[in-house]
Write a protein that binds this ligand. Structure first.
Ligand code: 5GP
Length: 307
């Protein structure tokens, strides 16, 4: 009986030319490809050399390509062990757009640690881009919307963009509700600003990898759960999420199939200009107008960079 072809597809994240590869046992047997090509993996029996076919060019020839592990091993600059955590420098919720990279888990001044996320065996191996497993997908009637993840550099107004999209069509878009272990304030309601849960439950949920990212502020935990994304998608809405790029590794899954939108920063002149303006306005007493201004600006910047 004819053996069934394995249906594993990978996307190449690097260019490969067997003619220039000193390690390949036989150059003629190698299969060259370009970054972005889709390859069908025919055999992973050998730990060093996989057999693969190039998708889509009608070429049925299978050839040797370096295995993921081998490619990583020969090119990797292995990461040092500390996990980089990202922290917001401002305590203002969501308006604290100035974020900075710190290598410590906790900021001594603000006693805040933010944006940690679990490690990923698939991605936290090396800094070398090799292959990414992919699968064909056609949206069928009745399929859920896919997650939309917004990423971008600090200060481009990702959260403002998210809010603008949300209010532009609340039937179509929605956002996640974060969890916190802090107690509910009198004007807040469960499931509106936050899901309020106990510290113990929060810690158990961290252990059980329930969070995309989580952080600590003034002795309380805050975090965005995978279930909060599922909850939005189950209502057949587009879930908008702005996260730090290091959490993407947990979201690029067959379940979420996210559209990842990189929001380009405005040019430096524009950035200087808007920051100067923002400073002038925030000098005024009227805080509301200052906020309204920066919202408009962030959105305008985004539209600018889109164009
Ligand atoms: P508050 O207790 O005033 O509502 O929020 C305090 C801090 O929690 C804010 O500075 C905000 O940045 C942070 N925070 C709110 N939601 C989340 C979240 O989902 N994840 C993380 N890491 N921090 C959050």
């Amino acid at each position: 009986a004819q053996s069934k072809e394995p249906k594993m597809f990978i996307k190449a994240l690097f260019d490969y030319n067997p003619a220039e590869d000193k390690a390949i046992p036989c150059k003629e047997a190698g299969l060259g490809f370009k970054k972005g090509d889709i390859l069908q993996v025919m055999s992973q029996d050998d730990a060093t050399w996989w057999q693969a076919k190039l998708e889509g060019d009608g070429n049925l020839r299978a050839g040797l390509i370096p295995s993921k592990h081998f490619q990583e091993r020969r090119l990797a600059v292995w990461r040092p062990t500390p996990v980089m955590t990202l922290q917001r420098t401002s305590s203002k919720r969501f308006s604290g757009l100035r974020r900075s990279f710190r290598l410590s888990r906790r900021d001594k001044k603000t006693n805040k640690s933010m944006y940690e996320c679990k490690k990923s065996e698939q991605y936290d191996t090396a800094d070398v881009p090799t292959y990414e497993e992919v699968t064909t997908y056609r949206r069928k009637h009745g399929d859920r919307h896919r997650l939309v993840v917004l990423v971008g550099p600090t200060g481009v107004g990702l959260n403002e963009l998210k809010r603008k999209l949300l209010i532009s069509d609340t039937q179509h878009f929605s956002v996640t509700i974060p969890h916190t272990s802090r107690s509910k304030r009198h004007q807040e309601s469960e499931g509106v600003e936050y899901h309020f849960i106990s510290k113990n439950l929060f810690e158990a949920d961290i252990q059980n990898n329930k969070f995309i990212e989580h952080g600590e502020y003034k002795g309380n935990y805050y975090g965005t759960s995978f279930d909060s994304v599922r909850s939005v998608l189950s209502k057949n809405k587009v879930c908008l999420l702005d996260v730090q790029p290091h959490t993407l590794k947990h979201l690029r899954t067959a379940e979420f199939k996210p559209y990842v939108v990189f929001v380009k920063p405005p040019c430096i002149e524009r950035l200087r200009e808007t920051r100067r303006n923002a400073k002038v306005i925030s000098g005024k007493d009227d805080k509301t107008s200052s906020k309204a201004f920066s919202l408009e600006e962030a959105f305008a910047q985004w539209k600018c960079s889109e164009a």
